[in-house]
Design a protein around this ligand. Structure first.
Ligand SMILES: Cc1cc2nc3c(=O)[nH]c(=O)nc-3n(C[C@H](O)[C@H](O)[C@H](O)COP(=O)(O)OP(=O)(O)OC[C@H]3O[C@@H](n4cnc5c(N)ncnc54)[C@H](O)[C@@H]3O)c2cc1C
Ligand code: SF4
Ligand code: SF4
Length: 395
């Protein structure tokens, strides 16, 4: 509950700029809370006159858990194509939905994206909620979170899975805060508690040193983000059938931020999270200019360039290449770790790779514990040999 205590309000307008939702208006020197207030509480401390009376109702949403049914996946798309993390979430969502005996649905927002619906169904969805509009061509925090929230309020899913991508990480907290529910970021394991039917959301905690299982017992929906490449997609089945629902929604106009153009990062020749082969360099490369060896091997193999945080922090390479706990999670067929020690935070982002090839001059480096093949030696000498040999063999 939020109320303006009219007798205390002096109309100073200090609170207006603190509201992220533009939900306070001051007219005739008195503030008033608008209908789009999300009860986030951000404005309360801005009022020096104690004119904002805010009482969070912790029981909100508690009473009606049983009215929430179904598992939802956010159908993130770029250039009208659903991103790979969506198929991975559908694979995991299918298991959860089957355990709960409820439908699995995808929310697909964009422009001219209807063509993706059958593919989503083939990857496990029972239903696709499709919202198309020319203003929704590119992801936009304001409009996407508004529409997503409208749909959740109407259809009441019990679980929502969102990719922990740049867009997903922006959308998920906005939606969860509007719905006054919990959100667990970067989950690595999802299971249903057979007794309570709660979602058990497991994620690394304390720098990856222990795993925490988090539940959201009193609020719905239960929301999780999952990084790309953490879950496995199902094999697509073109014969699967499902329904496409076009719900009526209010398309937000008058947005604060408009996306005028989307440009791809110039250095991003191959998408790291989707690459089959990644060649990563660490501090053992000795100097930023030696990263040309990493780039050359990646180019010969048609792979992407990765990096440890030490090299990103040193300014040798852009953050978009960082692999690990605070970078990207990858799961390529082959991962080359060149001059990378194998700190737990780096392993957190790449240890699910099918084959790991480590080059390190220290035979006791921890990276060798997870490596499929290890080359003990100077990366500056080994890499030119590998480049020469792969060039010769691959033409
Ligand atoms: C909260 C937190 C989050 C973090 N997130 C990440 C993350 O997302 N990603 C990440 O990578 N790190 C992360 N880190 C940092 C991590 O702990 C390590 O510090 C970092 O991974 C080390 O990078 P490195 O292996 O390149 O460097 P170093 O640890 O310095 O290792 C260099 C390696 O190169 C070898 N070497 C040296 N010279 C040569 C040579 N000529 N040829 C071959 N080998 C050579 C050395 O033997 C050594 O093993 C995080 C840390 C914290 C605390
Ligand atoms: S900051 Fe307080 S006193 Fe000033 S307009 Fe807002 S509610 Fe009124
Ligand atoms: S509680 Fe949050 S959304 Fe509501 S008026 Fe205050 S800052 Fe704005």
């Amino acid at each position: 509950m939020i109320n303006i205590l009219i007798e205390k309000c002096v109309g100073c307008k200090l609170c207006i700029s603190t509201c992220p939702f533009d939900a306070i208006k001051v007219t005739n020197r008195k503030a008033a809370i608008q209908d789009n207030c999300t009860l986030c509480g951000a404005c309360v401390s801005s009022c020096k006159f104690e004119a904002i009376d805010f009482q969070k109702d912790e029981s909100e949403g508690v009473s009606d858990l049983t009215s929430y049914k179904g598992v939802w996946v956010f159908g993130e798309q770029k250039n009208n194509m659903v991103t790979q993390v969506v198929t991975e979430l559908l694979g995991e969502g299918r298991k959860l939905a089957d355990t709960l005996s409820v439908p699995l649905s995808v929310v697909l927002i964009g422009q001219d994206v209807a063509g993706q619906a059958q593919s989503l169904i083939s990857y496990g969805a029972d239903q696709v909620y499709l919202v198309e509009h020319e203003s929704l061509k590119n992801y936009n925090d304001e409009s996407y979170s508004d529409i997503f929230t409208q749909l959740v309020k109407r259809y009441k899913p019990e679980i929502i899975l969102i990719g922990a991508t740049t867009y997903g990480r922006s959308l998920a907290p906005r939606v969860s805060s509007r719905l006054n529910t919990g959100l667990t970021a970067d989950c690595t394991g999802l299971e249903i508690d057979p007794e309570t039917r709660n979602l058990m959301q497991t994620r690394p905690a304390f720098g990856g040193n222990l795993m925490a299982t988090i539940i959201c017992p009193n609020h719905r929906p239960q929301m999780s983000t999952v990084r790309p490449k953490v879950m496995k997609p199902m094999e697509p089945d073109a014969s699967r059938t499902g329904s496409v629902i076009r719900p009526e929604v209010n398309i937000p106009v008058d947005l604060k931020v408009k996306v005028l153009d989307v440009v791809q990062t110039l250095c991003e020749k191959v998408n790291l999270t989707e690459a089959d082969i990644i060649v990563s360099g660490g501090r053992g490369m000795g100097d930023p200019k030696n990263f040309t060896l990493i780039e050359q091997l990646a180019a010969v193999l048609g792979g992407a360039v990765g990096a440890s945080r030490a090299t990103v922090d040193a300014g040798w390479i852009d953050y978009s290449h960082q692999v690990g706990q605070t970078g990207k999670t990858v799961g390529p067929k082959v991962y080359f770790a060149c001059g990378i020690s194998g700190a737990i935070q780096h392993l957190a982002g790449m240890s699910s790779s099918d084959v790991i090839i480590a080059i390190n001059k220290n035979p006791d480096a921890p990276i060798f514990k997870v490596a499929t093949f290890g080359i003990v030696g100077n990366a500056l000498e080994v890499l030119p040999e590998l480049i020469r040999e792969f060039k010769a063999r691959l033409g």
